[in-house]
Structure formats: C-alpha cells, structure tokens
Design a protein around this ligand. Structure first.
Ligand code: GDP
Ligand code: MG
Length: 441
C-alpha cells in the first residue's frame, strides 16, 4: 500500500511543477511591477530572465497557484539581490579617528544624512563625532550643518572663511585627532550633475583623509538616474556604501534594486524623513516587498509553505512512531539538509561549529556527499527504497553502477540508514513520540 501511495505522491509532485507557461504568465506581471517601481529596464530584463530559469520545474506548494508560487520565488530572489554580505548598519569605524566621506549630487540629502548618521553613531554607539562641511559653494550649507550639529549635540568644525575643501579636510583630520574624536564625517559639496570639477574635488579630499567609508547619498525617488550617478561616483572616487534618501516618499524604491544589480555596492541606510532621527538600517526584506508590491501574495505563499512543511513533518513523525524509516524517509532527510544549506549551512548556524564544518568539508562530508547519497537512493527501485533489506550483492552492484559510485559507498549509506532507523524506533517508543516531535519542530 505504501508503495502505491508513494507512487501517487510522485505523480502529484510532477503535476505540481511549474511549467514554462506558468512562469511566463506570472513574470509578465512581475515585469510590470518592477518597471512601475522604477527599476531600470536592463536590470528588469536580466532579473526576470534569471528568475525564469530558476523557477521552471520547481514544485508548487499545495493550495497555492503556480502564479503565486512564481511571485514568491521572485520575492526571494529580490531579497538575495538586495542584501549585501555584511550587516548594513555596521560601519568600518575602528582605529579612531575614522574618516567618513559623504558624496552625492546637490539636494540628494548629504547634509541631512551626515547629521542623521552622526546622531546615530553618538546615541547608539556612544561615539564621539565631529562633523565638517566642505561645501564652499554655498555659505548657507556650512551654517546648515552647524545648526544641525547644535540640535543633535554633535560638534562641527569651526567655519573659516575662504578655505578650500582640501584645507578644510586637513583641518578636520587634525582636529579629530587632537580632540579625541572616534569618527569625523566630511559633508562635501554637490552639483546638480556630475562634472569634472566636482569629481576632482572629491578625489582630492579622499586622498587627504583616506576615508574608512565613502558613502554615496542618492535620492531614492530618482530611480534610473540614481544608478548612473552611483556608477560614475564609484568609478571615479570609489564608494563603499550607499544611503538612499526620501524613502518616505511615494516611490517604490526600485532604485535600490538597480543600484545593487549594477554597482554591487551595499545599501547601508535609508532616509525616512527630514528629521535627524529618520534614518533606518537598510532592510532587504522590507524593500523587496515594497518594490514588488505584492506583499499579500508573498505572505500567503509563506503560510502555505509553512503549513505544507508542518504537514510533512507530522507525516514523518507518525511514520517514525510506528518505527518506519525507509529509504524514502532518509532521502527526505538528506534533501532537507541540502535545502538548509547543506552540512556547512547547518554547522555554521550552530555557534562554535565553524571549525568542525571545515574539518567535515576536508573529510569530504559536504554537499557533494549529500547529493551523491540522494543519487544512490534515486537508483534504487521503489521496492528497494521501501524495503532496503532486499539489497543483496547483485542489486547493490546495479545501484552503485547506476549512481556512479562504488559499492563501499552504498554500504556506508545503508549503515547510516540502519543507525538512523534504530534511533527512530527508540525515539518513537518514548512516550508517544513527544521527544521526536520536539526534535522535528
Ligand atoms: P544636500 O544638498 O545633498 O546636502 O541635501 P540636503 O541634506 O540639504 O537635503 C535636501 C533636502 O532634502 C532638504 O530639504 C532635506 O530636508 C530633504 N531630505 C533629505 N533627506 C530626506 C529624506 O530622507 N526624506 C525626506 N522627505 N526629505 C529629505
Ligand atoms: Mg549639503
């Protein structure tokens, strides 16, 4: 009976795989959503292509439509593209005094962001911060920073009339050392458009202070333009991170995706208003939801997937309680491990296991092994999977050859299966599997 059931299950999962047509239809909607969010056209094109490759053939979770499933895949891929490798809220500001250089076009929000960042570093990290305005184009700009400094209780470099930006930067550096500051933030002048003079000036300042972080401030409402600006600044000056401002506006934040896809620079913070406390650490998850604008569907799919996984786990628990643990069960377990990032992923989630994971890797106990083991089980017939006791020498040779391994490796897998089956039996006997349920939760 169980064989017949598992046959039905196989057919079901095949039927429930995403077809090319499903993916095509859903991605048409996604394309529109991305363009409406002001993601630049080439980025939309590449992104959609990458997702369609990934989505085709994936299994559809019970109780949701293929279209909904594709949107969830898109959402996850968005998060992956948007998120950088490091914690966006943590700046490289060890070795005091650490210089931070703020660059960007005029009106992008540099001065405001300088004050916001200074306030954050002071209040959250207890840093002593010095701010200096290098904006010699507009005298009011220096005043603006000084006023903000008074408001938030952060020192600003005294204004000296007639100094050029490089001289101010040098003075800020000296003052930051002498004054025992942890961080000094240089707020530069912007232009309406990038020009040679602006770039030359920023580069000269950079060479004087060697900034630990060069943060590009970009108006998040400018969409496609933002990317051109970012590319230019990065080429000419070198940018270590991005602050997207005006994310409190109506825009859907597509600039964030274009920026990440094209420049690869991490987005560190977003500006959420004019006040000095309106700065938030960039959250890929939230921005992904905003860009796609299909949060309801994503939530629905997540719920369906969680339910499905819970049902699967429940089904497994019931089997184990009866002392049942065949090759199909083992395969599910191995697949689960792969899904969770393989051995290394599992290990890296446990504190202090980093070294162990490396040792396991060196010993060949890595994803490749998991995949090989799954392949071995795949070469068994349904009967053999349901009842591994059938496996005598000739069957073993056939299976090993089919999976491209030697019989020793198959034997190792069988031993592993026996050990796990024994363990399951013991666990199953313990008080109606309460412990087992816990272990699987
Ligand atoms: P700068 O020329 O790059 O120094 O730009 P400013 O810091 O002077 O900002 C220009 C204008 O944008 C000011 O009126 C700011 O109050 C406003 N601004 C800056 N950041 C934000 C933000 O995140 N949200 C909103 N709504 N306004 C902002
Ligand atoms: Mg300014």
């Amino acid at each position: 009976l169980s064989e017949r059931l598992s046959g039905v299950f196989d057919r079901l999962t095949k039927q429930g795989a995403l077809s090319e047509a499903d993916v095509e239809t859903a991605l048409r909607e996604v394309r529109v959503a991305l363009l409406e969010a002001d993601v630049s056209l080439p980025v939309v094109r590449d992104f959609v292509k990458a997702v369609s490759k990934k989505a085709a053939g994936q299994a559809v979770t019970k109780s949701i439509t293929p279209g909904q499933q594709v949107i969830k895949i898109v959402h996850d891929e968005l998060i992956k593209t948007l998120a950088g490798e490091t914690d966006p809220g943590v700046l490289k500001i060890d070795n005091p005094p650490a210089p931070i250089l703020m660059v960007g076009l005029q009106g992008s929000g540099k001065t405001t962001s300088t004050a916001k960042l200074a306030r954050r570093l002071k209040e959250r990290e207890g840093k002593r911060v010095l701010m200096a305005s290098l904006d010699t184009n507009r005298p009011a700009a220096m005043e603006q920073l000084a006023i903000l400094g008074t408001q938030i209780g952060v020192d600003t470099l005294p204004i000296v009339k007639g100094e050029d930006p490089v001289a101010i930067a040098k003075r800020a550096k000296t003052q930051a050392s002498l004054g025992g500051y942890d961080v000094y933030i240089l707020d530069t002048a912007g232009r309406l458009h990038i020009d040679q003079e602006l770039i030359a000036q920023a580069a000269a300042v950079r060479d004087v202070v060697s900034p630990r972080e060069t943060l590009l401030v970009v108006d998040g409402l400018t969409g496609q333009d933002a990317v051109n600006v970012a590319t230019e600044f990065d080429d000419k000056i070198g940018v270590s991170g991005v602050i997207l401002t005006r994310m409190d506006g109506d825009g859907r934040g597509g600039a964030a995706l274009s920026m990440r896809a094209i420049t690869g620079k991490p987005i560190r913070f977003i500006g959420q208003g004019e006040k000095t406390d309106a700065l938030e650490v960039f959250d890929a998850n939230r921005i992904a939801g905003r860009i796609l604008g299909m949060g309801d569907i994503v939530a629905l799919v997540e719920k369906a997937q969680a339910t499905f996984e819970a049902e699967q786990a429940e089904r497994m628990v019931k089997r184990f309680q009866k002392g049942l643990f065949n090759m199909n069960d083992l395969r599910s377990q191995l697949e689960q491990m792969l899904k969770m990032g393989g051995m290394e992923g599992l290990m890296s989630m446990m504190p202090g296991m980093g070294k162990m994971s490396k040792q396991m890797n060196d010993a060949g106990l890595d994803d490749r092994m998991l995949r090989r083991q799954i392949a071995i089980i795949g070469s068994m017939t349904k009967k053999e999977r349901a009842n591994p006791d059938l496996l005598q020498a000739s069957r073993k040779r056939r299976i090993a050859a089919g999976a491209g391994v030697d019989v020793a490796e198959l034997n190792k897998l069988l031993k592993q299966h026996r050990q796990m089956a024994d363990m399951m039996k013991k666990l199953g006997k313990m008080g109606k599997g309460g412990m087992l349920k816990q272990a699987m939760a």
